[in-house]
Design a protein around this ligand. Structure first.
Ligand SMILES: *Cc1c(COP(=O)(O)O)cnc(C)c1O
Length: 487
């Protein structure tokens, strides 16, 4: 672990900035315009800085896994954007309107109607969170031996596909694997890869393609409307369903508005609906875009599929009108969906992420570019070239950042990728540390401290050591694995 004394000030970097588009596209000179958060703060939660010896003890105790740290020992928590957003006063008011009836809660009907009007899907099955929806959907649509293409894997999504007997096939464009590529839509699907899969296994072995909006594992990178339109045509031709992992659809819609030709006059809300209308089924983790602490849903247009989903949800989640959610939580979710698609909200949401991204980029920190929607991704392999991927450079970098500053980030590299069916480690092309920004929680000053801390760690990167497992869970190992430093 580094003992670092170099301090690089980033406060000199301009505090006002361009619109997000001009930040991510070089050579553009746009009118400089600042934004401010479209809210003011009504309540605060106190946080406290720890000492370095305290953090040293905490990270060893946590087996160098930031998931195993106690939240009390964390200063700025950028582990995830999941379930950690700040609810609005209206959402809190909604919590008081919970109808906790076992069956037919009015909050369920409000939620279903909200999903119809903002997202277009006719039927809603609430679940305790996103993976609950993934479980039900995978069991309903996948048979043993099927192939499920997707625009890059997500940890829980792929696991449920495999548990149902399917094999995930990555069909994202190659640019998504190149952290330095500035492609504005790295979440796009590569149709050559899809055609090849159909040639190899036949369309009848492909029950659906899973499309994530603002692809998490690629660095929060969007898919374009034109790519999605082309996918609709391709899927109709082959009679393949499109499942939409819509966890971050609003962030994706915002990037379409900012980057895609002919879309700048549309609202985020309009683009969100257009995306959803191009797909058949959706799984949602409401803990991200929709700014609630817990919840999710499965949504679809097909009445027969809905009927079968209702049969399964009672087994795994709860009755089809609550599916593991309290009435009050469904109410807060319905309100959060409306807030999540507002243009001013998205501008400040992504604007804050880009503010951090730009500070780090100016200081020469190797990053995934362009900036993603929910997080800044550090290229751990480039920062720690002396650590082989088998010694988990991203895991080591996240641990070092915590030790240096009390900031908690997350590994998104070989540890998250897990092992394949033969037991071999997946060694993904992207070995990243994710600095994930919770929605409406931190200020610019927290971003300044974060940038300073990352730069300090980078400046003594050669002192960071690789890690090896002392305990490795069999599935989703990144959550609970423990490590020690390699000597
Ligand atoms: C978080 C997430 C999920 C799973 O949702 P949970 O609510 O954590 O179960 C699925 N897909 C993506 C892209 C996610 O980010």
């Amino acid at each position: 672990m580094p003992q670092c004394s170099t301090v690089v000030s980033v406060h000199s970097i301009a505090m006002s900035y361009h619109s997000p588009f001009s930040l991510t596209t070089e050579g553009e000179s746009m009118e400089k315009r600042s934004w401010a958060e479209p809210y003011k703060i009504k309540m605060v939660e106190l946080i406290k800085m720890t000492t370095k010896p305290e953090r040293q003890a905490a990270i060893v105790e946590a087996g160098y896994n930031t998931f195993l740290l106690k939240s009390e020992d964390v200063y700025i928590d950028l582990l995830t954007d999941s379930g950690v957003g700040a609810m609005s006063d209206r959402q809190w008011a909604g919590m008081m309107m919970g109808d906790e009836a076992y069956a037919g809660s009015r909050n369920f009907y409000h939620l279903q109607q909200t999903i119809q009007s903002y997202y277009s899907y006719k039927f809603t099955v609430p679940t305790h969170q996103g993976r609950g929806a993934e479980n039900i959907l995978s069991q309903l649509l996948i048979s043993e031996g099927d192939y499920v293409p997707g625009n890059m894997y997500f940890t829980t999504t792929r696991l449920h596909q495999e548990l149902a007997g399917g094999t995930f096939v990555d069909v994202i464009i190659d640019e998504a694997y190149d952290p330095s590529s500035k492609h504005p839509f790295k979440g796009n699907v590569d149709f050559d890869k899809l055609d090849r899969l159909v040639d190899e296994v036949g369309a009848s072995r492909i029950p659906y393609i899973c499309i994530a909006t603002c692809v998490n594992m690629a660095g929060g990178q969007p898919i374009s409307l034109s790519n999605l339109n082309a996918l609709r045509v391709w899927c109709d031709k082959h009679d393949i369903v499109i499942v939409h992992d819509m966890t971050r659809v609003a962030e994706n819609a915002y990037f379409i508005q900012q980057r895609e030709e002919g879309c700048d006059s549309k609202t985020v809300r309009q683009i969100v609906k257009e995306i959803c209308e191009l797909t058949d089924v959706a799984t949602m983790s409401s803990k991200k875009d929709a700014m609630v602490n817990i919840g999710g849903f499965l949504a679809m247009n097909d009445a027969k599929l809905y009927e079968r989903a209702c049969e399964l949800v009672v087994v795994y989640e709860g009755l089809h009108t609550y599916g593991g959610m309290a009435g009050r939580d469904m109410e807060a979710l319905a309100i959060g969906i409306g807030e999540s698609v507002q243009d001013d909200h998205m501008q400040s949401r992504v604007g804050q992420v880009e503010y951090l991204w730009r500070q780090l980029d100016s200081a020469g920190v190797p990053l995934v570019r362009p900036c993603g929607g929910h997080a800044v991704f550090l290229d751990a392999q480039a920062i720690l070239p002396h650590i082989p991927q088998e010694q988990f450079p991203a895991q080591a970098l996240a641990a070092s950042l915590y030790l240096e500053s009390g900031i908690r980030a997350m590994e998104r590299g070989a540890v998250s990728a897990g092992r394949d069916k033969s037991g071999a480690n997946h060694l993904p092309e992207l070995e990243l540390v994710r600095l994930t920004i919770p929605r409406r929680v931190y200020t610019q000053a927290h971003m300044d401290v974060t940038a300073e801390s990352v730069i300090r760690v980078m400046n003594c990167a050669d002192q960071v050591k690789g890690l090896r497992f002392t305990y490795e869970p069999r599935v989703l190992r990144f959550f609970q694995a423990r490590f020690e430093e390699c000597t």
